[in-house]
Design a protein around this ligand. Structure first.
Ligand code: AMP
Length: 662
């Protein structure tokens, strides 16, 4: 049903909704295959059907190509394939601020170049391996499919004369546009009918332990203070009729004594007591309430939402085997995090509950197969989830427990449209959990549109807790000296040291890792330009200790749990100070200490003041030079403001360059 929803489509795209589907040309001839009218069942062959007809640019057999087609602006490695797309639909491929094209590229590992337009058609060039091109073609074909109304099901008055034309109207200028009111009404009514036919969701599984019920307000206040100063409240208005915030549990038994198999699984892990977020989140979630956890990775937040999810799955009216589609959805911003959650989920066996991890870069067809066989939990990145939902490989009608993990990060990465699209059709009476390290307006907006009277649990004073166990050093370097200083640092490393080197751009990460390799220094690299399998291998090599140096972009700044990481080097200072906290927090974990070394170049001066605050808060030395830098930046800002120009500095969110970063 996501077809109905398209607040992100531009006006001209809407008008183009009935334009023909793209034609795909091969590179060296005029052979093309129109994809309009192909059934979804043909998806499996779509991307490969004319593989033998086209040749890569480097292939001598494709030499005639240059004579027949326009040259490309610059040379790229890999095969190329051109397709011609209705110019009115190009906006769909690009997406808001380029978000869609980024997502398509990241999911397929192919590059997409938007070429010249002939007016009605625009050339789109796909560059990459055969597999990547095939994948991106599949994705583009799905994306560019035109709206078709669903088959009629008992919506007598709303169906009107039938056919998609009923949802179009002619505006004052005589142009045919979508009649959104009519479409929204139709959609609401259709959804209502579907939801009404679903069994009610059972949400409340909580029986409060007498010891927990007997806790006094003073004892609870004391416990919360002693446990990372945990704060609990209703996020929005505390309306009359809502239940009071439940007391925290202090032991695993107080939460799960009615679920001995769950307790056994916890005991197998050897944990001694619930983490602060677990103590407070389990009663809330077991009672069926929506929860917002402001907590970082490393706080035990995954288990906080996972164990109640297992009980929720098993406790529904319709037996699992008879359910139409999975019950629990966990959305995570990056593949690494999704895989990490998947790993965590697989540690807990309960009643044969099955899960699948859906992420861009993983084998799409294999993922579809696993979903088709039947799973209870879906862990997914927003792009791949949206892809499979839109292509109707995943039935989301029975999702009744949803987790948006690291919501702030998902928004930072531009995933809001995919989140909104994927959740559009999920029944509104579901239980929803959201975790986030920060609480910016975007996350608040997401919470207010997707959650019902959520209870918010804040663990500690945000991220700073981890930073307290890390010695933070600052080194002032010229941009051009960074590499040499880094080499000196690496040469002085202890054999048991493990280090992540954070770079500001994917290209820098590639350059540094290549340079190190050429100097015989073994390392791995992790960034968005690497294949998924390479990224997984890089992480595994670090975790297993096969290599001790990881060169990474901010893809690795949050969530990644590498035990025994002793050092974090910020070769490039991050663009946002939150990212600094996240990077530094990769070390000094689980009771260990760590060291962070940040290279500060002249043009990092905009961050100096924020960095000073963090250093002071963590009782670290603040170099005089940093204070001077902050003062110089503030003076410059003041001067510019007086001159009326303002400071258009580098650290703004979004904008140019983001695509190169992760
Ligand atoms: P998370 O914050 O979910 O990424 O969890 C970080 C790590 O903490 C994972 O390796 C968990 O297995 C571990 N963990 C979760 N709950 C507990 C607990 N109650 N006690 C000790 N470790 C835990």
């Amino acid at each position: 049903m996501g077809d109905f929803e398209d607040e992100w489509l531009e006006h001209d795209e809407i008008q183009g909704a009935q334009a023909p589907a793209p034609r795909t040309y091969n590179n060296n001839s005029r052979v093309y295959r129109p994809s309009a009218g192909r059934g979804r069942g043909e998806r499996g062959v779509r991307g490969r059907s004319n593989e033998s007809n086209w040749r890569s640019r480097g292939n001598p057999a494709g030499g005639d190509y240059q004579n027949t087609r326009r040259d490309f602006p610059r040379r790229e490695d890999g095969n190329k394939k051109s397709m011609y797309v209705s110019s009115q639909k190009i906006g769909r491929i690009i997406g808001k601020g380029g978000s869609k094209i980024r997502e398509l590229e990241s999911e397929s590992q192919a590059k997409i170049k938007i070429g010249d337009s002939s007016g009605t058609e625009t050339e789109v060039t796909l560059i990459g391996s055969d597999e990547a091109i095939s994948k991106v073609e599949d994705l583009l074909n799905d994306l560019l499919q035109d709206y078709k109304p669903p088959p009629k099901e008992n919506h007598n008055q709303s169906a009107g004369s039938g056919g998609s034309n009923e949802f179009f109207k002619t505006n004052e200028s005589g142009v045919q546009v979508i009649d959104w009111d009519k479409l929204n009404n139709f959609h609401d009514q259709h959804q209502q009918e579907r939801w009404e036919n679903l069994p009610p969701i059972i949400k409340d599984f909580y029986k409060e332990d007498p010891e927990v019920a007997a806790l006094t307000p003073a004892a609870i206040a004391h416990w919360r203070l002693a446990n990372n100063d945990i704060q609990v409240k209703r996020t929005f208005d505390d309306k009359p009729g809502l239940k009071p915030i439940p007391n925290p549990v202090m032991t695993f038994e107080q939460a799960f004594k009615h679920y001995p198999e769950i307790l056994d699984e916890i005991y197998k892990q050897g944990f001694t007591k619930p983490s602060p977020i677990q103590s407070q989140a389990w009663p809330i979630l077991l009672r069926g309430e929506d929860l917002i956890g402001i907590a970082q990775t490393g706080t035990g937040k995954t288990l906080a939402f996972l164990l109640p999810a297992l009980i929720h799955i098993e406790g529904q009216v319709i037996p699992r085997e008879e359910r139409d589609g999975p019950t629990v959805l966990i959305m995570a911003p990056t593949r690494e995090l999704a895989l990490q959650i998947d790993k965590e989920v697989s540690k807990y066996q309960y009643k044969g509950i099955k899960s699948v991890c859906l992420y861009g870069g993983g084998d799409r067809r294999e993922q579809i197969k696993v979903v088709a066989k039947g799973v209870d939990i879906v862990i997914a990145t927003p792009g791949r989830l949206n892809d499979l939902v839109m292509a109707r490989h995943l039935n989301i009608i029975n999702f009744s427990y949803i987790v948006l993990d690291e919501a702030d990060r998902m928004l930072d990465m531009g995933f809001e449209p995919q989140i909104r699209k994927s959740l559009f059709d999920v029944r509104p009476d579901r239980q929803t959990v959201m975790t986030s390290a920060t609480w910016p307006p975007g996350v608040r907006r997401l919470a207010s549109s997707y959650m019902k009277d959520p209870i918010q649990v804040n663990v500690g004073s945000l991220d700073l807790a981890a930073v307290h166990t890390v010695t933070q050093k600052i080194m002032f370097v010229e941009e051009g000296d960074k590499e040499a200083v880094l080499l000196e640092f690496l040469n002085n490393m202890d054999p048991n040291d493990k280090v992540i080197i954070f770079c500001g751009k994917k290209a820098t990460a590639t350059h540094i890792s290549t340079e190190l390799a050429m100097k015989g220094i073994e390392c791995q690299s992790l960034h968005g330009d690497r294949d998924q399998s390479d990224r997984e291998e890089a992480l595994a090599d670090m975790v297993d200790g096969n290599v001790n140096i990881l060169v990474a972009t901010d893809v690795a700044s949050r969530g990644i749990d590498i035990k025994d990481l002793t050092h974090v080097v910020n070769l490039d200072f991050p663009r946002h100070i939150e990212e600094y906290v996240h990077r530094v927090g990769r070390t000094g974990r689980a009771g260990k200490t760590g060291t962070a070394l940040s290279f500060i170049a002249r043009n990092d001066w905009a961050h100096a003041r924020d960095l000073i605050k963090i250093l002071e808060e963590a009782n670290q030395d603040v170099p005089d030079e940093l204070e001077l830098m902050a003062q110089r930046f503030e003076a410059m800002k003041l001067r510019r403001e007086k001159e009326g120009g303002g400071y258009g500095g580098r650290g703004g969110r979004g904008g140019r360059g983001r695509r190169d970063r992760y």
